[in-house]
Design a protein around this ligand. Sequence first.
Ligand code: CP
Ligand code: NVA
Length: 306
Amino acid sequence: MKGRDLVALWDWTGADVSALLDLADALKRDPASYQGALAGRTAFLYFEKPSLRTRVTGEAGMVQLGGGAVTQTPEMGRIGVRETVADVARNLERWCDVIGMRTFSQALVEEMAARSRVPVINLLTDLLHPCQALADVMTIREAFGELGGRRLAYLGDGNNVAHSLLIAGALTGMSVTVIGPRGFEPNLRVFDRARELAEVNGARLAYTDDVAAVAGADAVYTDVWASMGQEKEAEARRRLFLPYQVDADLFGRAAAEAIFLHCLPAHRGEEVTDEVADHERSRIFDQAENRLHVIKALYVALIRGL
Ligand code: CP
Ligand code: NVA
């Protein structure tokens, strides 16, 4: 995997994802054995949007592997404004070993990946959130031992998180159903691309506006109804999305041993009630922890190789 990018995940194979998750598991079990694995290496992290989990795990993960991280926010300069993206890439690759980017535009991450000789990791765009999906499938694998044949029901907006879950499910043989109001379905281009991958790996992908589709799911997942950049729509969305709130009644319609997942931040009382977020089968803070193990695995795999 040395030198590869993580821009969308759809160019990875199921075997790549398994290998990455195995490494993340190993890093979680025995972090000491990877101390110094990336000594002297540097991550450049760029954030156009707010972050808690991604920024802290992105920086701390590199430090824990013996390297360092430099973080840039738009106040320090927006990529693509003072000079071309290609020129920024040709600077960064001289100093840094990996580039992480959280941007509005997916095309900007793709352009950086195409221009830079060092690996580029997508830390969330308007379209995708692949690091999150890797931590999510890691968490589901921990709960159930395997992913093939499992069923995830995602409730809410057909957004970046939903898109990356569809792709991760497609690659790992886990069926994913996105359940949300009409007009907020997943992007069709992403859905169709994920469905092609799903057919090869035996996963079923679907979307519907019918909450009854949560029945029997092994994992129930939700995310905020208005994503970063959509704050002005929050009020209008609240009304439309209310039927898709994950409360105890809705969670109770999933499988008896179902776990609850949320990428966080959560808007408690909106997409999820406290009762479910703090349920004994909620795994939201394991997910957050697993973001650390996954980014460390990505750094090791993409910079040094598996
Ligand atoms: N889940 C996630 O990406 O969290 P942050 O926005 O806090 O990084
Ligand atoms: N869909 C959310 C995810 C946050 C981690 C957003 O883009 O704001």
